[in-house]
Design a protein around this ligand. Structure first.
Ligand SMILES: NC(=O)c1ccc[n+]([C@@H]2O[C@H](COP(=O)([O-])OP(=O)(O)OC[C@H]3O[C@@H](n4cnc5c(N)ncnc54)[C@H](O)[C@@H]3O)[C@@H](O)[C@H]2O)c1
Length: 420
């Protein structure tokens, strides 16, 4: 195979796939599927379009990118792999343990490539931190922090469509892999325990129509005893930031607002002397470049959207160096958030994180449907908020679509564009 034929499921965020395929020779977008097509999503010449997954998945193609609702990826990933397609799944990989077990077992049984599209792992600073860590520059990993803070209020009316949308119902710890993922991908260490915290809802989240806490926090223990702090959600000021401490020093990314085109630099304070306290700090700054930097420039989220696609395609084409996130690693990024919320619901109890590489852990959770989606949870339904159900008046959603709100979005997008 010299050209991978891609199908795209979900045309909002999924536009990064179109952009990638327009640039490279070895991948081609052949089909798209969305139940609602906006004018700008109507496919270009030669690209088939579908409104139903069942029809779309029969299209003659090698791989699908799932960019549908964040809580509905697993069932479609499973169907796609069973239909013989490789899968690149947007965040999050699944919404309950039953789905997690089925996803892992389907990837194993079918032998199809499952790659998790946690693009924040491929932002320039985390990429560089991983390179330096693997080269042994940081020594033994001791502690790390990751944060993904995004005040989405200015955008909210364009990224959700009413009370039942996943963005309004997800619990505070659900959307955890932008903050946890890069730390797991850099160190390669497995999380084994988590304690969760939830910041309360506030006037901003209520104005947005969100029915959960504003922010999730996870304190995670890794298999070597090191710890991570992860924080993600909606505070008043955006931030994407990672730091890792090792026996030989500390590395961190620049603290960036959530915007495209940046996240470029990482600094590394090395201990010159091995004895803590005696060393003079030695600071080096890295602005990573590699053979793909130029080609990747201009792609979203600090060019990370390009690297996600690049590595997925290379993996399919058999490149042993392709840096993808497999189904087990996807779970190592996601399960800390799922179990952190169980910890929140149990008053801050420490929870063991299962290792779905092992049959015994799969058996324990095979029928566990606990989540906040009534369609999936059945009688194991969880509340979206630990402190009681939040009732949002219908007008909150209706008023979001006023001309003023649309103008606020325009202003926000223009401001963001001008910052680049
Ligand atoms: N990695 C990132 O940086 C990043 C950024 C934004 C969004 N996302 C992820 O991308 C995904 C999509 O997010 P979004 O912002 O486009 O909003 P969204 O979740 O509202 O959009 C999903 C799209 O899929 C379509 N869809 C959903 N179910 C469908 C079905 N059964 N059949 C056909 N079409 C269906 C919807 O019509 C919509 O166009 C989510 O999983 C989200 O988590 C990731």
């Amino acid at each position: 195979m010299d050209k991978v034929r891609i199908g795209l499921f979900g045309c909002g965020r999924g536009s990064f796939v179109k952009k990638y395929c327009q640039k490279v020779q070895n991948a081609e977008l052949v089909a798209v599927c969305d139940k609602v097509f906006e004018t700008q999503d109507i496919p270009d010449n030669g690209i088939a379009h579908y409104t139903k997954f069942e029809d779309f998945i029969k299209h003659d193609m090698d791989a699908v990118v799932l960019a549908n609702y964040a809580n509905e990826h697993a069932p479609f990933a499973i169907k796609a792999m069973k239909a013989g397609k490789h899968v690149l799944s947007e965040v999050l990989p699944c919404q309950c343990m039953k789905e997690a077990v089925e996803l892992v077992e389907t990837a194993e049984a079918t032998g199809m490539i499952y790659a998790y599209s946690e693009n924040y792992c491929y932002m320039p600073a985390p990429r560089e931190m991983k390179r330096l860590y693997l080269a042994g520059e940081l020594g033994e990993f001791e502690y790390g922090e990751g944060e993904y803070i995004h005040n989405c209020e200015p955008l909210w009316c364009s990224i959700q469509d009413g009370p039942d949308h996943w963005r309004n119902n997800m619990y505070a710890n659900f959307y955890c892999t932008h903050s946890i993922g890069p730390l797991i991908h850099i160190t390669g260490l497995r999380p084994i325990k988590v304690t969760g915290f939830e910041l309360p809802c506030n006037s901003r989240t209520l104005r947005m129509g969100r029915k959960a806490g504003a922010v999730g926090i996870e304190m995670i223990t890794l298999e070597n005893g090191a710890m991570l702090k992860s924080i993600h959600g909606d505070l008043g000021k955006d931030s994407v930031w990672y730091t890792i401490y090792g026996s030989k020093g500390r590395m961190e990314s620049e603290r960036e607002d959530v915007r495209e085109g940046e996240h470029a630099v990482c600094t590394f304070r090395k201990n010159i002397d091995q004895f803590e306290g005696e060393c003079a700090d030695h600071i080096e700054t890295y602005r990573p470049t590699d053979a793909l930097t130029e080609l990747a420039s201009g792609h979203g989220h600090g060019s990370s959207d390009f690297y996600v696609m690049y590595n997925f395609i290379e993996k399919i084409l058999g490149n042993p160096e392709a840096d993808t996130i497999d189904v087990y690693e996807a779970m190592d990024m996601f399960l800390p958030g799922l179990f952190a919320y169980r910890s929140v619901l149990e008053g801050g109890k420490s929870m063991d994180i299962p290792n779905l590489r092992f049959a015994a852990d799969r058996e324990r959770y095979r029928y566990d449907t606990a989540c906040v989606d009534p369609k999936v949870a059945g009688n194991q339904l969880l509340p979206s908020y630990s402190k009681g159900s939040i009732e949002i008046p219908d007008e909150v959603y209706q008023n979001m679509y006023t001309p003023e709100a649309k103008m606020r979005i325009e202003r926000y997008l223009t401001r963001e564009k001008n910052k680049r």
